[in-house]
Design a protein around this ligand. Structure first.
Ligand SMILES: [Zn+2]
Length: 401
């Protein structure tokens, strides 16, 4: 390695260290007036571990909702629903991206569940699922707490698009489900938003957590859950959903449900059909499953609804992707949830003359879990995912959320 490159690295390290120091100093200043600033030494060096633990009301009220910058649900009055805004990262104008928080605080103590949506901004059925669950809760009858956070990636949701528009070098689009657990002193607003939310709202209030998603714009998925069936607490929750598929895979780091798991909190990720629309029929299955989970944890009383045992649930540990090799119009020969054999033709593609330019077959026996819904495709786009069982060690693979 030459002197020049060594110096280059040193400069970069110095720059990063300066950014971290400035960020930590600013965080320290902001927290100086907080009631529980006794832990300031810890919070200056490690904001994640030293984030304040008691609720901080910043003094603002927006549309009748009090604004918090840190929340401990234990501080809220029992037997009631509480509607709050959480103060997220600042926009370029200096105002904040506020995130909507609904807490159903049971009259009696118990477990604390966290329901999250809007990590991707185009996944509306996930928002509606959580809203429906919250509407069915009566805090006076509950033992424990359910907190809903429905619009995590606020600027992405404003445009109903998957990624967070970041303004660092022109507009970058950041996939917020590759940012967790985030960094309060990170070099993008999305990373800071993730850090603030994870340290001061989500992690401290969760005994278990569910991060709801759908397919993405242009790519529909079946109703399924993603989670590690080798973790007993997670397997128990996955099996309580009356949906047709389970993707038994730990997928990759940096997604929100894995950040929860790394913090010792059981978590998984439902996938509720197509992006941009409300699929009310599919939503009702995930509402029923989530109410089952709340009953399983003793938060809500009453008999279980339908579970995975009542449907023909297919469990696979891998997702086989079919990628387009040509440009053109895509026609699928199968539907979501269809069983396919290895070698079975799944999709064809025609050029502008109507001639078939590509035919695509499944490489595995399994079930269709995702299909491209945008009819035009260029080479490299995913056209289909087939859920299947790979013998031997699992790959850390992609999945179609
Ligand atoms: Zn998503």
């Amino acid at each position: 390695m030459s002197d020049k490159s060594v110096k280059g690295i040193d400069r970069r390290d110095l720059l990063m260290a300066s950014i971290a120091t400035v960020g930590a100093a600013a965080a320290l200043a902001a927290n100086a007036g907080a009631a529980n600033a006794e832990d300031s030494a810890t919070s200056s060096s490690a904001p994640a571990a030293g984030a304040p633990s008691a609720t901080i009301y910043v003094g603002d009220v927006i549309q009748g909702k009090k604004v918090v910058s840190t929340l401990d649900v234990n501080d809220l009055e029992p037997g009631k629903k509480h509607l709050l805004y959480f103060q997220g990262v600042e926009m370029p104008t200096g105002q904040h991206w506020y995130v909507s928080v609904t807490v159903a605080k049971g009259a009696k103590p118990g477990k604390r569940g966290v329901l999250v949506s809007g990590v991707h901004g185009d996944e509306m059925s996930s928002v509606h699922t959580i809203q429906t669950v919250m509407s069915q809760l009566d805090p006076a009858q509950m033992s424990g707490t359910v907190m809903a956070v429905t619009d995590v990636s606020r600027p992405a949701m404003e445009g109903m698009q998957r990624r967070w528009p970041n303004f660092g070098r022109g507009t970058d689009l950041i996939d917020m489900n590759r940012e967790w657990p985030g960094n309060e002193n990170g070099v993008t607003a999305a990373s800071r938003q993730a850090g603030l939310l994870f340290n001061r709202l989500l992690r401290p209030n969760a005994d278990f957590a569910i991060d709801f998603h759908t397919g993405t714009t242009g790519f529909d998925v079946a109703a399924f859950n993603i989670g590690g069936m080798d973790v007993p607490e997670i397997k128990a929750m996955l099996e309580l959903y009356p949906v047709g598929q389970i993707f038994d895979n730990h997928v990759y780091p940096s997604v929100l449900h894995n950040a929860f798991i790394d913090a010792g909190i059981p978590s998984f990720c439902p996938e509720i059909g197509a992006a941009r629309v409300l699929d009310l029929e599919m939503i009702s299955l995930f509402v029923e499953g989530t109410m089952n989970v709340l009953k399983h944890h003793g938060i809500v009383a009453g008999p279980m609804g339908r579970t995975g045992k009542d449907v023909d649930v297919f469990v696979g540990n891998s997702a086989f992707p079919i990628l387009a090799t040509a440009g053109g119009l895509v026609e699928h020969l199968v539907k979501l949830n269809d069983k396919v054999e290895a070698g079975q033709k799944v999709s064809i593609q025609r050029d502008s003359f109507g001639e078939v330019v590509a035919e695509y077959a499944s490489g595995v026996a399994g079930e269709i879990s995702g299909l491209r819904s945008d009819a035009m495709s260029e080479p490299g786009n995913p056209l289909a995912f087939i859920l299947f069982n790979k013998p031997g060690p699992e790959d850390v693979g992609g999945y179609p959320e």
